[in-house]
Structures are given as C-alpha cells and as structure tokens.
Design a protein around this ligand. Structure first.
Ligand SMILES: NC(=O)c1ccc[n+]([C@@H]2O[C@H](COP(=O)([O-])OP(=O)(O)OC[C@H]3O[C@@H](n4cnc5c(N)ncnc54)[C@H](O)[C@@H]3O)[C@@H](O)[C@H]2O)c1
Length: 337
C-alpha cells in the first residue's frame, strides 16, 4: 500500500488571517505545516507553538530556499503582496496569496508576470466564489440582466493598517474587492465601464475612499450596482448580500452569502442554509490543484481584473468621471485568459 501524498506548506504572515489558514492546514491529513515566517519573530514562534509547525523564522528568505516547501500561503499587508509573490515565484514555490491581489495596478501586473514567467500554481484569496450558495446561484442564473450587491461592514478603526493608504488602501479596496469579485464571477462577459460616487465620509485622518456606490456595465449590456462601506451592517441582509434577475428568474444571496432564495414562475424556493467554512473553502481547491499540478482554482489574472475594477471605481470617485475599462491603463487587466 502506498502512503498518501503529504504536501509540505509554509505560511508567511502570522497574523489574524494567517491563523485562519493555519487552523485548517495544521489539521489537514494531507498537509504538513512545515514552516511559518513573520517579520515579527516572536509572533512566528507563537504561531509555531500554537499550530505545531516544523520551524518558525523571521527570515522569509529561509522559506524560499527550503527545498521541502511545496506551497506557500502569503497572508500579509497588501503593499507586500507583489514583492513576496515575486520572490515565491522566483523560488519556484506554488503560492496562495490573500486578497486583494495587490494595492496598485502596477503591482498586480508584477504578480501576473512573475507567475507566468515561472509557471508556478498561484491562487488569489477570493473565497466567496466557492461558497456553496454562490455556486448554486451561478448554476441557477447564468446570464443576469441586473445585479444589486453589497459589502457593508461595521466601522473600522482609522488606525487599522487596512485603512492606511500605503499598506491597505481602505475598506473599499480591502473588502469591496470580495463583492466585486463575486459580481464579476457571476457574469458571463467582462466589465467594460465603471462609474462610482462616494468618498471619505468618516476617516478624516486617512487619504482613502471609505464609502462607494459603484455602477458596472458589462460587455453584454448587463448592469450591476454595488454598495461598499464601513457604515454599519444592515440587520436584515447582513454584511454581504447579492441579488440578480434575468427577466424571468431571480435570486437573493444573503446571510453573508450563505443563504439562497430563488424565484421562478413566481414560486419562491428557500435553499438550505450553508455553514460558513472559513479558509477551508478556498484552501481545499488550491491544495487539490497543487496535488494535481494545476490549474489554479482562482487564477491571478482574474484577481488582477477584480482588483483593477475596484481601483478604477476609486479613480472614478476621485475624478468624478466614468472609467472606460476597455482603454489604457485598465484594458490589459480585463484579459483573464
Ligand atoms: N479572505 C478573507 O476573508 C480575509 C479576511 C481578513 C484578512 N484577509 C487578508 O489577509 C491578509 C493579511 O491580513 P491580516 O488581517 O491577517 O493581517 P495581520 O496584520 O493580522 O497579519 C499580517 C502579518 O504579516 C506580517 N508581515 C508583514 N509583512 C511581512 C513580510 N514582508 N514578511 C513576513 N511577514 C510579514 C506582519 O508582521 C503580521 O504579523 C491581507 O491580504 C488581508 O486582506 C483576508
């Protein structure tokens, strides 16, 4: 009898979401949490003790040089995504990179180029695509006409790094990317135009956009309205919600996209509520891709497109103009294959 294949993995970034991945990876029978790294060496040591990693280090170069490491989870601040992804790809390491892909279009381009140069399997952290209720909604209604979606969270502290314009980009980029990604995933054609209104409503010490009403137009004429902000979770629909209609059928995704209601011929069907799985929902398909030698379940090109659409929405808010996504500098990022 052959023993099951064990994938040796490392985590770079031992913070709150690194811990979500560690919880899953450290208990997966097909995975060995071989190493953990953080600039803060004490945090890496605590992580090693808590999750039973092989070793901890404050020197990330040790991970790249370690021939035992087959895949790396990069769970760090957004401005570090591009240099860490480039280093992983140069070392031939498959990598999972938390969302958004990066904080600028140029950084997104660096990541896509590094992955395509190296041939490593790389996935971005847009996990909502894999939620069972989202998968069912996509199968129910393949060609939407009208979408209304939101990620509306409770207030984020202004001194939170994700609200730092250099490290995080603000909640519209940091969380808005999740719902924009889901909306793009639920359309068969790509986005061609974005217009957004909003601005900085309650983080006066930060040069960020914290509130956005985004209107997207797709190549097939479909349109989507997306609301993003840390202005207070709506009690009925929850933080994440999304509804679509195609002229005859419609659905509502709510309860953080874990609940689905569909409507056809005026008959409403309430589907069973799904339990939210955390990082497992995306780590499982990524591990399967690493074991099989590809393809990526959430390719960096698709993550670049999502991130570029959010960056274009922020540009629209700052300039007051609609942005043509079929023209430079965004057109190249709209190419997903
Ligand atoms: N998918 C989700 O639902 C979800 C939820 C929360 C956060 N995230 C994402 O996870 C990522 C990390 O967020 P977080 O909340 O865990 O942040 P965090 O601040 O809790 O942890 C980040 C860690 O990375 C370390 N770090 C920073 N730069 C580093 C480098 N160059 N080398 C090694 N370590 C480095 C920091 O010291 C820190 O310990 C972000 O991309 C964030 O958007 C995703």
């Amino acid at each position: 009898m052959t023993s099951p294949r064990i994938i040796r993995v490392a985590i770079v970034g031992c913070g709150s979401y690194g811990a979500e991945h560690a919880k899953f990876l450290s208990t997966h029978p097909g995975v060995r949490l071989h190493a953990v790294a953080d600039l803060d060496g004490a945090r890496a040591e605590q992580f090693k003790a808590k999750f039973g990693a092989g070793y901890a280090t404050a020197d990330v170069a040790r991970i790249w040089a370690d021939p035992e490491v087959e895949a790396v989870w990069i769970c760090t601040q957004h401005h570090t995504h591009a240099p860490l992804a480039e280093a992983a790809a140069a070392a031939g390491k498959n990598f999972f990179l938390e969302k958004p892909l990066a904080i600028t279009l140029a950084d997104c381009d660096r990541i896509v180029a590094a992955v395509e140069r190296s041939g490593v399997i790389a996935a971005s952290g847009f996990k909502l695509r894999f939620f069972p209720a989202v998968v069912a909604a996509r199968a129910f209604l393949g060609r939407p006409t009208l979408t209304v979606a939101q990620v509306i969270d409770d207030h984020w502290p202004s001194d939170f790094w994700a609200n730092d314009p250099v490290q995080g980009g603000g909640n519209v980029l940091s969380q808005g990317c999740h719902i924009v990604d889901t909306v793009l995933h639920l359309h068969p054609t790509g986005p061609v135009r974005v217009y957004a209104a909003g601005g900085n409503r309650h983080h006066p010490t930060r040069d960020i956009v914290d509130t956005a009403a985004i209107t997207l137009t797709f190549a097939d004429g479909a349109v989507a309205n997306i609301a993003v902000g840390d202005v207070g979770v709506p009690p009925h629909s929850s933080k994440f919600a999304l509804q679509q209609s195609d002229g005859t059928r419609s659905f509502s995704l709510y309860n953080r996209l874990n609940a689905l209601m569909t409507r056809e011929d005026k008959k409403i069907t309430e589907h069973p509520l799904q339990a939210e799985e955390g990082a497992a929902v995306i780590d499982t398909p990524f591990l399967a891709a690493v074991a099989a030698g590809g393809p990526s379940p959430c390719p960096v090109r698709s993550a670049r497109r999502t991130t570029a659409v959010v960056l274009a929405a922020v540009e629209s808010i700052r300039t007051g103009r609609a942005i043509d996504l079929t023209a430079a500098p965004y057109a190249a990022a709209m190419q997903v294959s």
